[in-house]
Structure formats: structure tokens, C-alpha cells
Design a protein around this ligand. Structure first.
Ligand SMILES: Nc1ncnc2c1ncn2[C@@H]1O[C@H](COP(=O)(O)OP(=O)(O)O)[C@@H](O)[C@H]1O
Ligand SMILES: Cc1cn([C@H]2C[C@H](O)[C@@H](COP(=O)(O)O)O2)c(=O)[nH]c1=O
Length: 217
């Protein structure tokens, strides 16, 4: 992954994706730490050389639907944590970023931005506009729902991306590479017609390979 020097002023969209527990949030947090460190090093180097440095402002966001481990922080399944601003819509995200002057924007749970206008997911125009405004945007989101179908806006977000990081872990049943998030409701595989939106964690979901993935029909 490369970062353009800020004086070039060019936007960039990175999408981190995969099934549940594949490590998306850990990757987002690791990326945040790297970017923050690089900004600090640039600032120190500029001070040392007596130059003016424009340190880029970093904003961290997540969708408000994710309250599993914290109302505010981004928290991985193994407890890695990053303070964030929860937002309820893509309009909200755009407003916060614009008002705060954030030039580097991190956002977790981006699959939850489901609102549409004129048949289009609004998060698409929001991400497009942020990149047009020269923001470096790094988002993480679930690629498929419990049925194995594209999750809301994720297909379009992946198409819009400049870089895609696709992660996977192992099937909780057989140990093969996992590709999808198995949903269980009261100990039984969820039904195909169940609602897609169902925030949760290990009490309802586990990684599965295609062979072990089950959906009631
Ligand atoms: N079947 C599982 N049950 C519980 N935790 C798991 C399971 N598989 C992987 N994990 C853990 O989840 C961590 C990844 O968490 P996280 O980054 O929050 O994933 P994601 O954001 O993709 O859901 C891994 O480090 C791993 O230890
Ligand atoms: C498969 C599936 C998942 N969800 C929810 C469950 C979690 O709250 C998030 C995914 O979180 P993670 O960071 O990837 O672990 O999405 C859902 O609402 N519907 C689904 O089909």
C-alpha cells in the first residue's frame, strides 16, 4: 500500500473486506496506527529542518448500529480498541468529516450504510465526494450477508475502491479457509427470509467455508 505525498493532493479509497472475524477491524486499527505514526514522523522531520509541515487531520468513524462492545469505540473481536465517532448515515459521515477538516478518514462497519436515493446507495456518492476532495479514505466492511449474498452497498463500494484488502480466517467447523459468516438463531441456521440486518457477534455468528455454510430454506 502506498501513500501519496500530501503536496500531490490526491484522494484514495482503500476497502478492507471479508467475512466476520476475518480480521477487518484489526487491519483497520493497524492501518490507523501506521498512518498516525507516519504523520508524527513527518511533523518531527519538518520541525528539525525548520520547515512548515501540514500535518493531516485524521478522523475515525463507525456506523452507529455497531454497539456490540462499545457505543463509541471501534473494538475488534479480541478487544483491540480505537476511539471513534459513531455516525448514523452517510450524510452524517460527510457532515462530520467536512466540519472537522479531516483529510484521512477511517470508517468501520461500512456495510451498514444502507440508505438509498434514486435507487443508489448514498454511501457511494459520499465516498466518491471525499476522494474527489483529496481525502485518504480507509473503510472496513462485511462483504456477504448470512446467506452468502452481497451485503447492501459493499459490492458497489468494492467497485469504487482504489485498493481492496480481502481477508479470511478458518472455518469454525472443519478448519478449511472460511468465506462466509454463518448465522445461528436459537441454535439453528437462520432462514433465507430472515432480515439481513442483525448486529451481533460470536453468540449468533461464526466463520464457515462454503461446504459447512448452512441456511434454512
Ligand atoms: N470463530 C471465531 N470465534 C471467535 N473469534 C474468532 C474466530 N475466528 C477468528 N476470531 C478472532 O477474531 C479476530 C479478528 O477480529 P476482528 O478484527 O474484529 O474481525 P472482523 O472485523 O473481520 O469481524 C482474530 O484475531 C481472531 O482471533
Ligand atoms: C452476516 C451478517 C452480519 N451482520 C452484522 C453482525 C455484525 O454486527 C456485523 C459484522 O461485524 P464484523 O465487524 O464483520 O464482525 O454485521 C448482519 O447484520 N447481517 C448479516 O447477515
Amino acid at each position: 500500500m502506498r501513500w501519496a505525498p500530501p503536496e500531490q493532493k490526491v484522494g484514495h479509497l482503500i476497502v478492507i473486506t471479508g467475512h466476520m472475524m476475518s480480521g477487518k477491524t484489526e487491519e483497520l486499527i493497524a492501518y490507523f496506527r501506521t498512518v498516525k505514526r507516519v504523520e508524527e514522523i513527518r511533523e518531527q522531520a519538518a520541525i528539525r529542518d525548520g520547515k512548515h509541515v501540514h500535518s493531516r487531520k485524521i478522523g475515525v468513524y463507525k456506523h452507529m448500529l455497531d454497539t456490540r462492545y462499545s457505543e463509541t469505540d471501534i473494538v475488534s473481536h479480541v478487544g483491540q480498541r480505537l476511539a471513534a465517532t459513531p455516525v448514523q448515515s452517510s450524510a452524517d459521515l460527510f457532515k462530520y468529516v467536512s466540519e472537522s477538516g479531516h483529510e484521512i478518514v477511517f470508517c468501520d462497519e461500512v456495510q451498514f450504510f444502507m440508505e438509498k436515493t434514486a435507487g443508489e446507495y448514498m454511501i457511494i456518492s459520499t465516498l466518491y465526494e471525499l476522494v474527489e476532495r483529496h481525502c485518504q479514505v480507509i473503510v472496513a466492511g462485511l462483504d456477504k450477508d448470512f446467506r452468502g449474498m452481497p451485503f447492501g452497498p459493499m459490492g458497489d463500494i468494492l467497485a469504487l475502491a482504489d485498493e481492496r484488502i480481502s481477508l479470511s480466517s478458518v472455518c469454525a467447523r472443519c478448519g478449511d479457509p472460511a468465506v462466509v459468516s454463518q448465522r445461528y438463531i436459537r441454535g439453528k441456521p437462520a432462514h433465507w427470509s430472515d432480515p439481513v440486518l442483525h448486529p451481533g457477534s460470536a453468540e449468533s455468528y461464526e466463520p464457515r467455508c462454503r461446504r459447512c455454510h448452512e441456511v434454512s430454506k
